[in-house]
Design a protein around this ligand. Sequence first.
Ligand code: HAM
Length: 422
Amino acid sequence: MAITAPRGTADILSPDILKWKYIENKIADISMRFGYSEIRTPVFEHTELFERGVGDTTDVVQKEMYTFNDKGGRSITLRPEGTASVARAFLEHNIYAQPLPAKLCYNITCYRYEKPQAGRLREFHQFGAECYGTSEPCVDAEVISLAKTILTELGIKKLNLNINSIGCPSCRKKYNEALKDYFRPYIEDGTLCQTCRDRFEKNPLRILDCKSPVCGEIADKAPVLLDYICEECHNHFEEVKKHLEAMGISYNVDGTIVRGLDYYTKTVFEFKTALQGTAGTVCGGGRYDGLIEELGGASTPGIGFAMGIERLILALEEADALPVLENAPDIFVANIGDETKLFVTALTDKLRKEGIKCERDLCGRSLKAQMKYADKCGARFSMVIGTDEAEKKTAMLKNMKEKAQTEVSLENLDELIKIVKE
Ligand code: HAM
């Protein structure tokens, strides 16, 4: 049986790759405008990084990681997300000693063993941005604005920003008690699933993002964290909102957003598109003021987000927002018989060095078949080189759409280049 790609992974073929390049270039431009520089980290890390960073009671760590022992017996995990890796690199390379804030962004593949469906894969791509070294509310708003600018400049029109504050460890203590009081009867009567029962003592907040429908229904009526946050967290959240308003960014406060990763504190946010279900959440992020300390560094605030590129493409396609993208040759240079092949080799080489996208026959096709091929690959111009053309060093340049022909010199290529580049 033929070998296929593993479930939940996808090959990106031509012409789809043009969409990816277009999106990646736009995102790179916008993130530079906001002062972010790119960081590249390994695809795999020590498992402990995610257990400590993302949290060992999260779905991601408990159920979804690709973890294995390498030949040296070390436990290795394919990164399920980028924040923990960037935080590790921030510490490992003393980035904290450079002028802060440190603004870092990344384009990565991530790996999560999830049930594949529209917009949910086992290998997927994220663009992420992380800003370290300041807890000022204006940073939260700037990070949200970066995400929004990317999404809107790419052309997503129906976009909802949902924000919440999930407080600091001190407000969390009070809230955890309230959650436990709420969930206790369902633990006692056995309604909650086994994973939630395990989470009850260690981290009751995680019961709120259990994917089981029964637990989900109970969690919907649980107390909301926003009602339990301390004065400092409340004031911080109010300031974030003011900075968003100063930029004209509209938002909904959604007290049910807790995010599925343990490192978050204070501001959390999600951008939803018009797409239904999971695929609609195109971007998620928040503040994580305790993460660097959790990983062994000095207390350093941080905030960031990541957007799923596959979901972004689905949303852009739904909004019909992608421009027509093609990588067709500017010109196809055909040869008659074998005699002019060398001439065509030299000519196409010269044209390419002048920046012209140039194709020629590489398969020994007849002239008729070459012209059919030129048409299929969408060449804008074509030229046929026979012995006459090669000797006289002139040829007819044909506009494939308009069928108009112009005689051009093959000795001095200036005119040919001018017409093709127009
Ligand atoms: P996350 O919400 O787990 O956050 O993922 C961010 C985005 O990645 C999601 O909004 C979604 O678009 C995409 N995504 C997640 N899982 C999948 C999947 N299985 N298939 C396709 N796309 C997916 C994080 O990863 C955090 N590290 C974000 C962050 C950065 N927070 C602070 N800094």
